[in-house]
Write a protein that binds this ligand. Structure first.
Ligand SMILES: Nc1nc(=O)c2c([nH]1)NC[C@@H]1CN(c3ccc(C(=O)N[C@@H](CCC(=O)O)C(=O)O)cc3)CN21
Ligand SMILES: CC(C)C(=O)C(=O)O
Ligand SMILES: [Mg+2]
Length: 279
């Protein structure tokens, strides 16, 4: 197995670093994180940006979509990730219902995330339809990451988990969304489940970095949900997930061992106990 040393910067990644990486054609990795241990491990391993995604609805809270998660449920997770890192750029997802009413609502929610978590940027879903929200949040000095293509918060309007931008008109709409988000002042944009050629053209045309998930190899960066790529998620995985580890079996085997040790009395042994007292 060949592995290059992770490129861990000595200071916090800033938005201009991502811009510069695009110009230099240097790709970077983003990963979700929702807690202190994974945040510290991921940035140490060279992940430049951590996303406190509303996918926490699925991976932390056990909902079956991202629609139910609230700002109050996401904020403590974002705070934990910020506290545990000093290199990665931390981006917090604005959950469904917290920005759709308009620019004022979006700014109010974004301000809560910035004040209460210390996150460095927020992300919200949608293209042309949310440009006013993006403009307003950006004008307050809060960096915004866009998210277009398949936008899970609108799964019911989109007809389920499906590729967006297949066919000329649909591809044109994704391209228009990308330009709209960039022109509104976003510093980067997630492209989720769009065909390779659409992602390639978007990446070439817009001035800001594209972060792909199911968008092929030509994006400026990639993002995945950590439980998917490390093998905690059970059931059928989306096509865009590559499983880099099988933490499910690591954890199951270790916990089964612990349970057996407790039942047969081999844990705790002397080395894990304290002597003294009356003896
Ligand atoms: N654990 C987890 N991973 C994710 O990637 C993720 C979340 N949760 N929650 C929020 C959204 C929802 N996302 C999803 C969820 C499912 C599919 C999926 O089932 N895709 C299938 C069907 C594609 C098709 O039929 O066109 C696939 O094979 O990719 C895709 C994206 C991405 N996000
Ligand atoms: C899948 C990524 C892009 C996301 O929005 C999330 O994890 O919530
Ligand atoms: Mg999300």
């Amino acid at each position: 197995m060949s592995r290059t040393t992770a490129d861990v910067p000595a200071r916090r990644i800033r938005i201009p670093d991502l811009q510069q990486a695009k110009q230099r054609h240097e790709r970077w990795a983003m990963l979700t994180s929702y807690d202190t241990y994974t945040a510290a491990l991921f940035e140490q391993a060279g992940v430049w940006a951590l996303l406190v995604g509303d996918s926490a609805a699925n991976t932390v809270y056990g909902y079956d979509s991202t629609l139910p998660i609230t700002v109050d449920e996401l904020i403590p997770l974002a705070r934990a990730v910020v506290r545990s890192t000093n290199r990665a750029l931390v981006v917090a997802d604005l959950p469904f219902g917290s920005y759709e009413r308009g620019p004022d609502q979006a700014l109010g929610t974004a301000i809560r995330f910035m004040k209460e978590t210390g996150a460095h940027a927020v992300k919200l879903e949608g293209g042309v339809r949310v440009v006013e929200q993006i403009r307003k949040v950006v004008s307050a000095g809060i960096p915004v990451m866009g998210h277009i293509g398949f936008t899970p918060q609108s799964e019911h309007a989109l007809g389920g988990y499906r590729v967006q931008g297949r066919g000329g008109d649909a591809a044109d709409r994704v391209l228009a969304d990308a330009h709209a988000v960039a022109e509104a002042g976003a510093f980067a944009v997630v492209l989720e489940m769009v065909p390779v050629d659409v992602a390639k053209r978007v990446t070439a045309e817009i001035p800001i970095p594209t972060v792909g998930i199911g968008a092929g190899p030509d994006c400026d960066a990639q993002v995945l949900v950590w439980q998917d790529m490390l093998g905690l998620r059970t059931g059928k995985l989306p096509r865009f997930v590559k499983r880099y580890a099988n933490l499910d079996s690591v954890i199951s085997e270790a916990v089964e061992h612990y349970v057996t040790d407790v039942r047969d009395g081999s844990f705790p042994s002397e080395e894990h106990a304290f002597t003294g007292g009356w003896s």
